[in-house]
Design a protein around this ligand. Structure first.
Ligand code: HEC
Length: 219
């Protein structure tokens, strides 16, 4: 069901991601250090080729997905919705201020986690990691290369995720549950768009028919 909703939104969101003006300030390399200043230990590790400046990347895209992006998305998706059981249809939504805090924290993690995704030179997965669905998915080293080659596209997806995260923060602050539901559907199409481009590109054709579950874990 969610997959179908996501598929419907997919084209619109991706078009938007590709054509929209840059909504968030582009990260610029640091200005060259004042010539008289002694070089700090950090400046040795950070050459001019590293546009992330003195911010260092330690862990992989897979780590960010597992620890920040995926659990936060699950919290957001779980916060609002409709549950159908024997007793009928129930609308699910946060009621107290406390209950709103959890999805808000999750949305904050999505927004700022997207910045982490945009930091350059991040490997797809820890060294030695193998795909769980070889053939259907690219192997992590292939993903790393693809992300490097299609850097602009990868960043556009990360920025699109950041934008829906920010919309979610605002919808939560306005306690607008139906908007949050709609944002959740758009968020999933951003996840799937990036995954279909960088993780399991050969799935692209299949997704047109409405099937866009992941090969290894379907949602
Ligand atoms: C900017 C691109 C991008 C976006 C946006 C993105 N992902 Fe990912 N995601 C990836 C890549 C690339 C991988 C594959 C990493 C690997 O296994 O090497 C991945 C892997 C994953 C994994 C598997 C982690 C594992 O254990 O192997 C999950 C789960 C996941 N993403 C969830 C999400 C969810 C949920 C969203 C949206 C809220 C999302 N991702 C958005 C790029 C993205």
């Amino acid at each position: 069901m969610r997959g179908q909703i996501a598929a419907a939104f997919c084209a619109a969101v991706l078009g938007f991601a590709a054509s929209s003006p840059v909504a968030f300030a582009q990260q610029k390399p640091p200005k060259s250090r004042a010539s008289g200043a002694a070089a700090t230990p950090n400046s040795l590790a950070v050459g001019p080729g590293n546009p992330a400046g003195d911010r260092q990347v330690f862990l992989s895209i897979k780590d960010l997905m597992e620890s920040i992006i995926d659990p936060s998305a699950d919290t957001l998706w779980g916060a609002v919705g409709t549950v159908v059981d024997n007793e009928g249809i129930h609308e699910l939504f946060p009621k107290t201020q406390d209950e709103w805090q959890e999805p808000r924290r999750a949305a904050v993690r999505i927004v700022e986690g997207s910045n982490l995704l945009m930091m350059p030179n991040r490997e797809a997965a820890p060294a030695g990691t193998k795909s769980e669905a070889p053939g259907a998915e690219l192997e992590p080293p292939q993903i790393t290369v693809l992300v490097r080659e299609k850097r602009k596209s990868f960043e556009a997806f990360a920025r699109a995720l950041q934008r829906v995260g920010l919309e979610a923060v605002r919808a939560i602050d306005a306690k607008d549950t139906s908007l949050l539901l709609e944002i959740g559907a758009r968020m999933e199409s951003v996840c799937e768009g990036c995954h279909q481009t960088f993780w399991y590109p050969q799935e692209r054709g299949i997704s047109i028919n409405g099937r866009n579950a992941r090969p290894s874990q379907s949602r």
